[in-house]
Design a protein. Structure first.
Length: 240
């Protein structure tokens, strides 16, 4: 069986949270209610199910009605999302808005991680879902029209749709997510951090500090910085 390897990037300011992640070789999995988009992982499920049920017919209508009339369904759903943790990445490392919005206006870093699929399938990791974020106008409403009517398959599909869709306004992020059943820090093994890119305006003292910590604690040996190129608004990467 192939063990797929994939590369993802994370944009961060230089602060105590970055330092902790380097020293501890860790990723932080945030609770959904702490994400910066107030609609992200917080769509009103009962409202969406009610809307879908009102326009459905036949077996689909009966199935959705059975969910709406089952308090335990909503209690189990709440329990799941009280504990789950979301770690967000980008599938690109050169987008100007990402550098500006998430890496302290080019004063921060972009961290390049390389993962193997098998790592997330281990019992220790306790994976809930993973994959690219979809950007849709009404993700749950549209999905419910063709959702399976077997309870287990329905809930499994709903979790993926709920956790991995955002408004089209966020499409520039090209986000990928790894989601664990528990929030908080998770310590990685060696050699997951493969490259550190510094911004156009990262202070030299910060470059020196992050380089030292990433080398000593995270085993990273590759470093580079963005520099202006020959075009009016462009930049290129210089290996340090």
């Amino acid at each position: 069986m192939n063990d797929e390897t994939f590369t993802l990037w994370k944009f961060k300011p230089i602060n105590k949270y970055l330092i902790e992640s380097l020293v501890n070789r860790s990723l932080y999995f945030a609770k959904p209610d702490t994400l910066n988009d107030p609609f992200d992982c917080k769509i009103d499920l009962k409202k969406v199910l009610t809307k879908a049920e009102s326009s459905a017919t036949g077996d689909k209508k009966n199935f959705l009605k059975s969910l709406l009339n089952d308090p335990q369904f909503f209690e189990n759903w709440k329990t799941t999302f009280d504990n789950v943790g979301v770690c967000s990445f980008s599938r690109v490392n050169s987008d100007r808005l990402l550098w500006s919005h998430y890496a302290d206006e080019y004063r921060g870093v972009c961290l390049e991680y390389k993962f193997q699929e098998s790592y997330f399938l281990s019992t220790e990791f306790d994976l809930t879902a993973a994959g690219n974020v979809e950007y849709l106008t009404e993700p749950l409403t549209d999905w419910l029209k063709s959702a399976p009517m077997e309870r287990h398959s329905f809930v499994e599909g709903l979790i993926h749709k709920y956790l991995k869709t955002k408004s089209t306004a966020w499409e520039y992020e090209k986000e990928a997510r790894i989601i664990r059943s528990n929030h908080g820090s998770f310590q990685l093994g060696d050699n997951f951090l493969r490259y550190v890119y510094f911004g156009l305006q990262t202070p030299q003292a910060d470059i020196d500090l992050v380089t030292k910590l990433a080398q000593y604690y995270s085993g990273c040996t590759n470093f580079a910085q963005l520099i202006p190129d020959e075009t009016d608004f462009g930049f290129t990467v210089k290996k340090l």
